[in-house]
Design a protein around this ligand. Structure first.
Ligand code: FES
Length: 317
């Protein structure tokens, strides 16, 4: 070694570890490696030939069955609630696997997780079938990671039943790793790509309180939806034959589809994107996949001028 050659220090290893860890974190100058990798999945068109036929199968389920799976009865998607059981039991099994003599309990937890994974997967599949393509691509990888977790846990259970505990534990930890990746992708879908979120939730926070002028009654032909903008929020205005005027937020609570381009029938509007049906009088989602109702406005016609306001006197921020 040359006399002046730098001698590696213990802190070099720490610096390298810190650099590696921070490279995974968001970079203020742009996406970190993890986010960049997930962004690449969003644009993975190679997955599209798989997505189309699988979607077709799910969409052939009867609408009432799909509504149950979407969680319309619950008011939000049911899939995130159902995944708590397999994730909880599998995490608990991993902890038990670290404690000597607790292998039997871990096997029972894994079995419960496997049984509970089935309804969670079916509900997730129903939601996935109505996602936009970038979301559906991430959802496909999310499902693949979770399927790998299920396969690992099934093999782990078989190994445990055959008395091969070490193999059973190794497969259990592999399953937990896959489930964690799947869960992280599910979080990306829900929080970054807003899959399953209520896309009309912000309306009450954005629209200024009080009456808003929409135009004169003659600007609204009977039975034909017209779009107006209230405090920056597009609304669909529909004049009914008896001159009752309905005003409903135009962007669908499911995925922001334009309701004004949908079909009007029987006092309801059907979203043109995925077929959610909303009652015009109160915004209730009488058919999914929307799990949240649509904001509706109170209306009045004064001296031929149409006015609308959201119920409630103040904005709650
Ligand atoms: S955007 Fe999906 S049903 Fe309206």
């Amino acid at each position: 070694m040359a006399f002046f050659e730098r001698v590696p220090r213990a802190t070099d290893a720490a610096d390298a570890a810190t650099t590696a860890a921070t490279s995974l974190l968001p970079d203020p100058e742009g996406p970190g490696r993890v986010l960049a990798a997930v962004d690449r999945i969003e644009g993975a068109r190679w997955a599209d030939p798989l997505i189309k036929p699988l979607r077709g199968v799910v969409r052939r389920l009867p609408p009432p069955t799909r509504d149950v799976l979407h969680g319309r009865w619950l008011g939000h998607p049911v899939h995130p609630a159902l995944v708590q059981v397999p994730l909880g039991t599998w995490t608990s099994a991993a902890l038990l696997d670290l404690i000597p003599g607790k292998g039997r309990g871990a096997g029972a937890l894994i079995a419960v997780g496997l049984v509970s994974a089935a309804p969670a997967a079916v509900a997730g599949l129903a939601d996935w079938a109505d996602l936009r393509k970038p979301q559906a691509r991430v959802g496909l990888v999310h499902a693949a990671a979770n399927s790998a977790a299920i396969a690992c846990y099934a093999a782990s259970l078989v190994a445990r039943l055959r008395g091969r505990r070490l193999r059973g534990r190794a497969l259990g930890f592999a399953g937990l790793t896959s489930a964690t990746v799947g869960g992280a992708l599910g979080g990306h879908l829900a929080y970054r790509q807003a899959a399953g979120a209520n896309h009309a939730e912000q309306v009450a926070a954005v629209v200024e309180p009080g009456w808003h002028l929409l135009g004169s009654l003659s600007e609204f032909p009977v039975g034909t939806p017209v779009v107006r903008v209230v405090s920056g929020v597009p609304v669909m205005v529909l004049r009914e034959p008896d001159d009752v005027v309905r005003v409903i937020a135009d962007r669908c609570s499911h995925m922001a589809g334009p309701l004004s381009e949908g079909e009007i029938a029987d006092g309801c509007v059907t979203c043109p994107w995925h077929g959610s049906v909303f009652r015009l009088s109160d915004g209730w989602n009488i058919r999914g996949p929307a799990t949240a109702p649509q904001p509706v406005f109170e209306t009045r016609v004064t001296t031929g001028r149409v006015m609308a306001r959201l119920p409630g006197e103040t904005k709650e921020l």
